[in-house]
Ligand binder design. Structure first.
Ligand SMILES: [Zn+2]
Length: 51
């Protein structure tokens, strides 16, 4: 029994918006960060309700 990680949706990574300056123009890009909740497993042992 496991619960799909409610933080990353089971992919093990969470997208984080980062401000990038490309060609002198600031724009928002996304980078992936290791999910701090499931530690890239994408699943949580047992029943874990979303907080
Ligand atoms: Zn996760």
């Amino acid at each position: 029994m496991y619960t799909v990680c409610h933080h990353c949706g089971g992919i093990g990574e969470v997208p984080i918006p980062v401000l990038a300056v490309v060609g002198g123009v600031g724009r928002t890009a996304t980078a992936n960060r290791t999910c701090p909740v499931c530690d890239t497993n994408g699943r949580l042992t047992g029943m874990v309700p979303p907080i």
